[in-house]
Write a protein of this length. Structure first.
Length: 317
C-alpha cells in the first residue's frame, strides 16, 4: 500500500510540474455506432472535459504532436499516467479524456452500458476537432491511445464507416490500442491507412488475444494494422499489482459478433441487432461468463512502455 501511494504521489508531482489545462468540448450520447452512422440526429449537448498536458520543457512559441488518451472500464489508473508521462518526456503533449466523470459515471465494469464505445469514439473526434485549433498543437500529428474499453475506442476510431459519418476531414496519425475487445468483426473491414497497433497479453480472458489475432488476420492487407502478444500476460498486464480476479467483469473468450455496415452489432442467433442496453445484455448473456483475471507482468509492462515510446515518436514526428 505504501508503495502504491508513493507511485501516485510521484505521478501527480510529475503532472503538476508540467503545463496543464482543462479543456471542455461538446459531445453526445449515442449508444451504438448505428446511432452515429444511420440516425445522424444526435444532440450535441453533452459537456465533456479533459486535461491537456504539454511536454516537459514546454515552449509556448512551438507546436507539439499530441496523443489523445482513453482509460478502460474502471476509469483512469496510475499505470495509464506512466505512458502519458513517458510521452511528455519525449516532446509529445497528451489529452486525458474524462468520458466517465463528464457523465457522472465511475465504472462500467460488468455492464458496459452507461458509457459506450460509441460515445467515447465520438468524444475522441470532438476532442480532436477542438484541440486541432489549439495554438500549440500540430493538427497533422495527433495520435490516439487507450486501454481495454479505451483500446476499443482507439481501434474503432479508425473504422472508415464510423469515421466518415463523424468527420471525414479529421485523420488520426496513429492508433495504439492496449488489450482492446476484438470480439466484434465488421462486415466492412476498412480501417483506413493510418498505422494501428494492438498490444495484448497471451492469457487475457477479459478481452481475448486470439480474437485480435482473428481480426487482424481477416483484415490482411486491407489495413495498416499489426499486433504484439506478450507471453504469460493477462489483461491489464501493465499494472504494478499482481494478477487477481475481477468478479463482476466479463470473460469474453466465447463471444464473437458481426457488425454490419450500418454499425449494428448482431447477436449470434437470429442476427438481432444489439442496439439497446437490454438487447446488448441478452447478447452477452448468451456467451460471456464472469470473473476474468487482470494484473501485472513486469516484462510485458517494460516492453509495452518501450514500444509505446517508439511507436508514437515514429509516427508523430
Amino acid at each position: 500500500m505504501r508503495r502504491f501511494r508513493h507511485i501516485i504521489i510521484l505521478i501527480f508531482i510529475s503532472l503538476f510540474s508540467l503545463s496543464q489545462e482543462k479543456i471542455d468540448f461538446t459531445s453526445s450520447n449515442p449508444f451504438s455506432f448505428k446511432d452515429i452512422i444511420v440516425d445522424q440526429s444526435l444532440e450535441y449537448n453533452q459537456k465533456v472535459y479533459g486535461f491537456l498536458t504539454m511536454p516537459k520543457d514546454f515552449d509556448s512559441t512551438l507546436v507539439y504532436p499530441l496523443v489523445i488518451a482513453f482509460a478502460g472500464s474502471n476509469g483512469w489508473s496510475p499505470h495509464h499516467y506512466e505512458y502519458l508521462d513517458l510521452y511528455h518526456s519525449h516532446g509529445i503533449a497528451t489529452f486525458e479524456v474524462c468520458s466517465f466523470k463528464s457523465r457522472g459515471v465511475t465504472s462500467t465494469v460488468g455492464s458496459q452500458i452507461e458509457v459506450t464505445t460509441a460515445m467515447m469514439v465520438l468524444d475522441a473526434y470532438q476532442a480532436f476537432e477542438t484541440l486541432s485549433l489549439h495554438k500549440n498543437i500540430n493538427a497533422n500529428k495527433i495520435g490516439i491511445t487507450g486501454w481495454s474499453l479505451g483500446g476499443g475506442v482507439t481501434l474503432f476510431s479508425a473504422w472508415t464507416p464510423l469515421k466518415e459519418a463523424i468527420n471525414p476531414n479529421l485523420h488520426f496519425a496513429a492508433h495504439l490500442a492496449f488489450y482492446p475487445p476484438c470480439i466484434v468483426v465488421p462486415e466492412v473491414l476498412d480501417f483506413g491507412e493510418a498505422p494501428i497497433h494492438i498490444l495484448i497479453g497471451e492469457l487475457d480472458n477479459w478481452t481475448p488475444s486470439y480474437a485480435c489475432v482473428e481480426l487482424v488476420s481477416q483484415m490482411g492487407e486491407k489495413s495498416n494494422i499489426s499486433l504484439t502478444i506478450y507471453p504469460n500476460a493477462h489483461h491489464s498486464f501493465d499494472r504494478d499489482l499482481p494478477p487477481e480476479i475481477k468478479s463482476n467483469g466479463y470473460i469474453l473468450e466465447d463471444c464473437r459478433f458481426c457488425m454490419n455496415e450500418d454499425g449494428e452489432v448482431l447477436m449470434n442467433f437470429f442476427n438481432i441487432p444489439m442496439t439497446t442496453p437490454f438487447l446488448q445484455k441478452i447478447g452477452l448473456a448468451m456467451c460471456a461468463k464472469r470473473g476474468p483475471t487482470f494484473g501485472g507482468n513486469k516484462d510485458a509492462k517494460k516492453r509495452s512502455l518501450n514500444f509505446a515510446k517508439t511507436f508514437m515518436t515514429e509516427h508523430l514526428y
